[in-house]
Design a protein around this ligand. Structure first.
Ligand code: ATP
Length: 214
């Protein structure tokens, strides 16, 4: 993240990757401009919000013209640090972890899982989706300084101790797929994604609010 981005509200910042992905597709299909209505339809964010978001980026749409796709793309690339690749490590090469290693994140943005860790002797030393799996017991010796983000896909009971070790190695952000609530210092950013809870909540809303407008 660069300095400019610190002025952007968090809710806006969260929508950036969404905008970025859509604009990249537009760009590769040869489109030069886009209206907030078109964007709204594609990313499912109302157009007033889009206009407000874009005003933070210094992108002022012109009536009857819309937004310049190239301008927006270069802004997003700079703001999201897309010119730089962020290296990510993945801890826990189970079912979910393996799926992530096979999933090509670089299709949509410049993050790459460069190393994985596990404690299972059958997995250590193998390569999955082109990513080498190392022994977690040797994390301290093998961890690279340029890895700043970790994905946690380990069993919940070991999540906190692994988190502490990752932070000691300089990790700045954690995408936590375990149900464990992790304690971390203020400067470390954690995003929790509990798939079971998300699914349950979706089913709950379908059952109890079937006809409600979003
Ligand atoms: P699998 O079917 O491969 O066991 P899973 O996702 O159902 O996968 P989990 O028990 O959630 O199984 O474990 C996820 C992964 O985390 C496994 O590969 C396991 O070897 C690994 N793991 C378990 N304990 C630790 C630990 N302390 N540190 C790192 N990885 C661990």
């Amino acid at each position: 993240m660069n300095i400019e981005q610190s002025k952007i509200p968090q809710a806006t910042a969260k929508r950036l990757p969404l905008y970025y992905r859509f604009l990249k597709n537009l760009h590769s299909s040869g489109k030069q401009r886009v209206s907030s209505a078109e964007l709204s339809d594609a990313v499912k964010v109302d157009s007033a919000t889009i206009r407000r978001d874009f005003s933070y980026f210094g992108a002022l749409g012109k009536k009857g013209y819309g937004y310049n796709v190239n301008y927006l793309l270069s802004f997003f690339r700079k703001t999201l640090d897309q010119d730089e690749v962020t290296k990510v490590c993945l801890i826990g090469v189970g079912n979910l972890g393996t799926a992530f290693l096979h999933y090509n994140f670089t299709k949509n943005n410049n993050t790459v899982i460069s190393i994985a860790y596990d404690v299972d002797k059958d997995k250590i030393g193998t390569e999955i989706g082109g990513v080498p799996v190392f022994d977690l017991d040797h994390l301290e010796e093998t961890f690279a300084d340029d890895v700043t983000v970790a994905i946690l896909t380990v069993p919940a009971p070991v999540a906190q101790s692994i988190t502490d070790r990752l932070i000691a190695k300089g990790i700045k952000g954690i995408l936590n797929f375990t149900p464990a609530r992790l304690n971390v210092p203020d400067e470390i950013r954690i995003h929790h994604i509990d798939l079971a809870v998300e699914l349950q909540s979706l089913v709950y809303f379908l059952k109890h609010y079937p006809n409600e407008e979003k």
